[in-house]
Design a protein around this ligand. Structure first.
Ligand code: NAP
Length: 262
C-alpha cells in the first residue's frame, strides 16, 4: 500500500500553461499521484486536450480557460472554485512566454508583455490562491523559473529579468506565508514548443547553423548528455508537492542535467 504522505490523494492542484510542454507533463504527473488537476491555459482547446487525455486514462482533471495576466478573470475563477469547494491546495505557476532579441531591439511593449505574463501572472495567481492555503495551514506553490533566471542569457534579457524576479517573488512569499511552502524549479534546456523559438533564433542569426546543430550544441553543454524532458521537471514538482516535503521552502532548484552546476 502507498504511504498516504507519498501521494496527492485528496489534493487539488492548479497548473497554469497546462495545455503544452512542461505544464502538460506536470498535469500528468500530479494527476497520476492522485491529485485533481485544474488544467489552466489561455486557449480553451489546449486546456481541454490535456484534461481530456487525463480523464480518458481515469485520472481526475478539469480544464479552465484563463489568461494569467487578467486579474478580473482570475477573481472570477477563484469565486467559481470557492463556490464549488475546489480551491487548489497546490499552485504551479508554469505558464510563460519566451522571445529573443538584442537588448537594443526589445521595445517597451515587448518588455511589458514579458514581465506581465512571466512575473505579474504568477504574482496575481499567488495573491488569489495562497490566502486560503494559509487559512487551512497547508499548501504548496511551485513556480517554473529557469536556469537563465540565475545566470542570464544573451538576447533574452527581458525573459531572464522576469525569471529572476520570479525567484525573488517566491522567496519573499516563502518568508511570509508559512506554513505554505513556496519554491521554484529552474529547468535548463527542455524539449518543448518554447525551445523551438530559441533554436529558430540562433539559426536566423547564422543560417549556416541548422536548428539540429543548435540543439546538438545545447545538448553538448549538458553534463548528463541529453535535453530535458517535461517529465524530468514534472517529477521534481510532484516531489515538492508531497505532504512529506514540509521543510523545504524559498529554494530555486535546478533540474537541468547539470547544465549550471559549475
Ligand atoms: P510552452 O510549451 O510554450 O508552454 C507554455 C504554455 O503557457 C502554453 O500552453 C501557453 O499557451 C501558456 N501561456 C502563455 N501565456 C499564457 C497566459 N497569459 N495565460 C495562460 N497561459 C499562458 O513552454 P514550456 O517550454 O512548456 O515552458 C513551461 C515553463 O517552463 C515556462 O515557465 C518556461 O519559461 C519554463 N522553462 C522552459 C524551458 C524550456 O527549455 N522549454 C527552460 C526553462 C524554463 P499558448 O500556447 O496558447 O501561448
Amino acid at each position: 500500500m502507498t504511504d498516504p504522505a507519498e501521494t496527492l490523494e485528496g489534493r487539488t492542484a492548479l497548473v497554469t500553461g497546462g495545455g503544452s510542454g512542461i505544464g502538460r507533463g506536470i498535469s500528468d504527473e500530479l494527476a497520476r499521484a492522485g491529485a485533481l488537476v485544474l488544467v489552466v491555459d489561455m486557449k480553451a482547446g489546449s486546456a481541454s486536450d490535456t484534461a481530456t487525455s487525463l480523464a480518458r486514462r481515469g485520472l481526475a482533471a478539469r480544464p479552465i480557460t484563463l489568461d494569467v495576466t487578467d486579474s478580473t478573470a482570475i477573481g472570477e475563477v477563484r469565486s467559481m472554485l470557492e463556490a464549488e469547494d475546489s480551491m487548489p491546495d497546490i499552485l504551479v505557476n508554469n505558464a510563460a512566454i519566451f522571445e529573443m532579441g538584442a537588448l537594443e531591439d526589445i521595445d517597451p511593449p515587448s518588455w511589458d508583455r514579458m514581465i506581465e505574463v512571466n512575473l505579474k501572472g504568477p504574482f496575481l495567481m499567488m495573491q488569489a490562491f495562497i490566502p486560503r492555503m494559509v487559512d487551512q495551514e497547508w499548501g504548496r506553490v511551485i513556480s517554473i523559473s529557469s536556469t537563465a533566471g540565475k545566470t542570464g542569457e544573451a538576447y533574452a534579457s527581458h525573459y531572464c529579468a522576469a525569471k529572476r524576479g520570479l525567484i525573488a517573488l517566491s522567496q519573499s512569499a516563502a518568508a511570509e506565508v508559512v506554513p505554505v511552502t513556496v519554491n521554484c524549479i529552474c529547468p535548463g534546456f527542455v524539449e518543448t514548443p518554447m525551445t523551438r523559438i530559441e533554436t529558430r533564433f540562433w539559426h536566423s542569426m547564422d543560417p549556416a547553423v541548422s536548428e539540429e546543430l543548435v540543439v546538438q550544441r545545447m545538448r553538448d553543454q549538458i553534463p548528463l548528455g541529453r535535453m530535458g524532458r517535461p517529465e524530468d521537471i514534472a517529477r521534481a514538482v510532484r516531489w515538492l508537492s508531497l505532504p512529506t516535503n514540509d521543510y523545504l521552502t524559498g529554494q530555486a532548484i535546478n533540474v537541468d542535467g547539470g547544465l549550471d552546476f559549475h
